[in-house]
Design a protein around this ligand. Sequence first.
Ligand code: SF4
Ligand code: SF4
Length: 403
Amino acid sequence: MAHAIDVALMDKIKKHGPGGTLDVSACFNCGNCTAVCPLAEDSSGFPRRVIRMAQVGMEKELLADEDIWRCYACGECTKTCPRQADPMQFMAAARSYAISRYDATGLSGLMYRSVTVNILVFLLLSAFFVLLLLSHKGGLEMGSNGALFSGIGSTRLFQFIPGEWVHGIGIALFTVIGVSLAFGIFSMIYKVMSKKNLSGERPAFPISALIPSIVSAVMDALNHRRFRNCDATEQPTNEPIYLRAWFVHASIMWGFIAMLIATTVDYLFKPIGSPVPPWYSMRLLGLVGGLVCLYGLAIAISRRISAKETPYDKSAFSDWFFLLLLTGTVLTGLLTEVVVYLPHPTLFGYAIFLTHIVLAMDILILMPLTKFAHVVYRTLALALHEWALAPAPQKATAAASNA
Ligand code: SF4
Ligand code: SF4
C-alpha cells in the first residue's frame, strides 16, 4: 500500500510543542512508552506507533489516528523514555497540529506556530468587540443624565451595554463557531472513517453502534473514566484526590459547564437585566461553577509556574493562552457578580463587565482554533474509536451462531 510522505512533518509538529524543546527524533522505537502507558489497552502500539508515523512523515495516517486524542498527558511515558524523547509532549504537539489541520482557514496553524500572531489576533479581536459593544447607543449614554451613575442601587450593566445587543452578537458568534467547527468535525470524521486498519481493511462502523458509541464517549468525557485510569499510576500515589490531575481537570470542566448552564437558562427564561436576589438559583449555580472552575485553573497554573516535574515542567504558549484566557473570563465574571450588588455604581464595575463580555466573546470565537477545541475533538475521537471497534452485524451474528 502506497503512503504519501511529508518529510517535513516532524519539523511541523515540533513547532507546536514547547518553545524549541521537543525532539522526538531521538526515539528509537523501543516501545517502552507503550509498555508503561496506562491507557495502551489494545495491540495498537499506542503511543509508539504514532511517533513512528511522524518520524516517517505519514501525515494522512497521523491525522486519521484517533490515538493522539486518547492520551491524557499523564507523563508516565516521558518519565521512563530511555532517550528523553518526551513522547507526552509529542502527543500534545500532535493534537495541536491536528487541530490546526482540521481548521480550513489556516489561522489556527499560524496562531500555534507564532506567539506574536496569537497575541495580535487576540488584541485585534478584543479591540473589535470593545468597539462593537460600545458602538450601541447604550454605551454612548454612559454618564448622561445620571442614567448609569446616579442614585443608590444596583449597577445598570444592561443600560451600559444593552442585553439584546450582547445576545445578538453572541448568536452571531455561535453561528460562526458552529460553521467553523462543523468543517473541522467533518474533516476529522472523514479522515478517521476513510483509513484502513493494520490488516488493510476499513472498520465496519455499524449504524446500530453509532448512538451507543457517542453516549459512551460523552459519558467518558464527563466522568473522566479514562483520565482517572491514566492518573491512577501517577506518583506519588498518596496525593490527595483534590490535587490529582483528573480532579483538577474535572473541576475546570464541570465549573465551566455549570456557568454555561446558568447563562443559558438566564438567557432563555429571565427578562434581560431584571434584578434578582443573590440567592437566585441560576446566580448561585454560576457562582459555584465559577469558584470550582477557578480552583482548577489556579492549581493548573501554579503547577505550570513551578514547573517542577513531568507533566508540568514544559508548557507551550497555547497551554498558557488557554489557561489565562479562561481564568480572565471566569475572574471578571465573578467580579461582575459582586459589582451588581454594590450600593453605588462605579466606573470599575462597568469596566469589569465590559472586559468580561469581551473575554467571553474572545474565548468563544477562538474555540475552534485553540486548545479549547480539544473538548470537541477528544470526545469525537473517543466516539469514533468505540464505533470502529464495534463488530459488523453479520460478524456478530456469525459469532453468536458459532458459540
Ligand atoms: S518515545 Fe522513548 S520510550 Fe517510546 S519508543 Fe521512543 S525511545 Fe522508546
Ligand atoms: S502521556 Fe500518559 S496517556 Fe499519554 S501516551 Fe504517555 S503514558 Fe500514555
